[in-house]
Write a protein of this length. Structure first.
Length: 185
């Protein structure tokens, strides 16, 4: 089973991916983790990523897709995993299209998109309670606006292509996990 965990910042994507990955034998593929691992490995790609991040720039879709291609390929060759969960990717229609092309070329497909739905007020409350330096009302509001404008339209792109499961992400962690597992069963 291959799936994308989708939702606004603060909806619990990372938490839920960590909770369901072992139960379903899925590799949790987080673009942030992939970028940090590439830098730590010191590979040619890692050195390129390090330079981009050091300059405060965004890593291009091509580089992120290359890292995802590697991770997805490793899952396909592994006996440990039965599939993967993408967390936080794709974020734009261009990335979604690139992911489809990558999966087609690898002979793989995405089975489902799991959408964690949480309203804006709840997201604000959650993120402000984390007390991270970049979690202030203005920054959070901007991140949510970017999600609405750039990321949320991906759901329209996937409509009719893959199964979309909508989960009430405002429930307790255990209830969200149980709903995800029921939807994927």
């Amino acid at each position: 089973m291959n799936l994308v965990l989708f939702g606004p910042p603060g909806s619990g994507k990372g938490t839920q991916a960590d909770r369901i990955k072992d139960r379903a034998r899925l590799m949790h593929i987080s673009t942030g983790d992939l970028l940090r691992a590439a830098v730590a490995a010191g590979s040619e790609l890692g050195r390129k990523v390090e330079g981009i991040l050091s300059a405060g720039e965004l890593v291009s879709d091509d580089i992120v897709l290359a890292l995802i291609k590697e991770a997805v390929g490793a899952v396909a060759e592994s006996e440990e995993y039965s599939g993967w969960i993408l967390d936080g990717f794709p974020r734009t229609l261009g990335q979604a299209s690139g992911l489809d092309s990558l999966l087609d070329a690898a002979g793989q497909k995405m089975d489902s998109v799991v959408v964690l739905e949480v309203d804006r007020d709840e997201i604000m409350k959650r993120l402000l309670s984390r007390a991270r330096g970049d979690d202030n009302p203005e920054t959070i509001s901007n991140r949510l606006d970017v999600y609405e404008a750039q990321t949320k339209p991906i759901l329209d792109y996937y409509e009719g292509r893959v199964t979309i499961h909508r989960i009430d992400g405002a429930q307790t962690m255990d209830e969200v996990t149980a709903d995800i597992e029921r939807s994927l069963a």
